[in-house]
Ligand binder design. Sequence first.
Ligand code: AMP
Length: 223
Amino acid sequence: MKKIILFVGPPGSGKGTQSKKVAERYGYRHISTGDLLRELVANGSADTEEQEALEKMKTGALVPDWLIYRLAFHAIGQAVHSGRGVVLDGAIRSVEQATQYEAFLAEHNLLSELQVIHITLSDEDALSRLTTRRICAACGELIPWLPDTMQLTHCPKCNGELRHRADDAEEVVRSRIALQGNAMLAPIVEFYQTRGVLNEVDGRQEIGVVEEKIRELLSSDIK
Ligand code: AMP
């Protein structure tokens, strides 16, 4: 049976980067609810009710749960139907959502396949990472502020220009961390801890080290 791997962590913890690596390694479908919402905005297929719900995204607030369930459950169903496992990224942001996902997974006999990876990072570390990192204007590669990258002016992958992201401005980052940081995560982490499916990885470590720790965690029982 293929796994349902859920990544949780504060903004800047690296869960986007790491969840994509896991999906690529095992041929799983990477499902980011943020990406699904942005696609719905971009392809213009949202009905009036969905359009109203999508407005919430502009203020940094969470969109209504029903829209998340509609998009995420459809995407999970499609992947599982075609024999693929799933990596969920940013898909659960409240205990209420965790409870509804649990009911959905149980209904489809997938609950025993759920494994949660919590990438830990303090709010202070998240703030300093997000406000110093840069993004390549051409290919979107994120460049952390490290001794060997801080001198770079152009992307090591494609030579595009490196810039700061508009939503990485300090005031915006502070409000993202207030709304989506460790205070919001704590009850979700506790929810999965009591169910015995939680694994923690220290997100302060270098990307390659975090990747290796996750690989070790998953290697024993993933197919
Ligand atoms: P992200 O790309 O993960 O930062 O998500 C971008 C935005 O999409 C968030 O700020 C929320 O407005 C919305 N969003 C993504 N996932 C969820 C979710 N599970 N529940 C509610 N809103 C979400």
